[in-house]
Write a protein that binds this ligand. Structure first.
Ligand code: APR
Length: 234
């Protein structure tokens, strides 16, 4: 089976009602990113940051995968698929994708403030224990924090994602402005002879010299068009 790798961003969840970051009504317009999505912001005001993610987690409970997530998952039948996502929502999981790499963490998990990547401290949050409170402790006794990769922190899954990109026969970018590194740098790991697609309603600046097939549509419409192209090649 050919290896199909996706790099998805906030745009694929836009049709599920989750706002993106840098579109006109984006999240970073309402909140200063340094305050709520950086390691400095967390240490400056942990309660404010914990509350910001509690609110996004509550919203996620009322959100469902859209058709684009489902079409990505449906391709598992035809390709050896890996979904590398910058999104912290669990919509790819709930749509049925099996192999998902979350570069920026997972909203439905919590971890240690002292050792955020210690697997023994990473716990799943559930609808009946959805919120993190000040005073909640991780297994190492430190304050429990969102399992999110904040600006200023390393991206531990980047190596695994780069390996997937290097092995891709087909690489599809959906719903990301490619503004944030190292995630955006994944494109440069893709072999020159791989097929490259980009689905986004707006033009996206991509690294020079790449031969990219652009589908300038929303995620669902774009995925329908891509499915036709890919399945016609089978
Ligand atoms: N379908 C597909 N793409 C869409 C749609 C849609 N319906 N609506 C918007 N988009 C596109 C926008 O045109 C834009 O290119 O989704 C992209 C969203 O870009 P950003 O808001 O920058 O989100 P993203 O690229 O995922 O941000 C990367 O930045 O703040 C950090 O950690 C955060 O993971 C996030 C990272």
């Amino acid at each position: 089976m050919k290896k199909l790798v996706f790099l998805t961003g906030a745009g694929i969840s836009a049709e599920s009602g989750i706002s993106t970051f840098r579109d006109s009504d984006g999240l970073w317009e309402k909140y200063p990113v340094e305050q709520v999505a950086s390691i400095e912001g967390y240490y400056r005001d942990p309660a404010l940051v914990i509350d910001f993610y509690n609110k996004r987690r509550e919203q996620l409970l009322t959100t469902v995968p859209n058709e684009a997530h489902k079409l990505v998952a449906a391709l598992d039948e035809h390709f050896d698929t890996t979904v590398v996502t910058q999104n912290v929502d669990d919509l790819h999981e709930r749509a049925g994708s099996k192999h998902i790499i979350h570069l920026h963490g997972e909203l439905m998990k919590a971890t240690s403030s002292a050792n955020p990547n210690d697997p023994r401290c990473i716990v799943s949050l559930t609808p009946d224990k959805l919120n993190i409170e000040i005073g909640d402790k991780a297994k190492d006794g430190s304050q429990l924090r969102p399992f999110i990769v904040w600006f200023g922190e390393a991206v531990p899954k980047m190596e695994e994602a780069a390996k997937a990109a290097m092995e891709a026969d087909i690489f599809v970018i959906i719903g990301t402005s490619l503004n944030v590194y190292p995630a955006a740098g994944l494109v440069s790991y893709v072999p020159r002879d791989a097929q490259l697609y980009l689905i986004d309603p707006k033009p996206v600046k991509v690294p020079y010299g790449l031969d990219i097939h652009t589908i300038q549509k929303g995620a669902t419409e774009g995925m329908r068009e891509l499915m036709e192209i890919l399945l016609a090649q089978q």
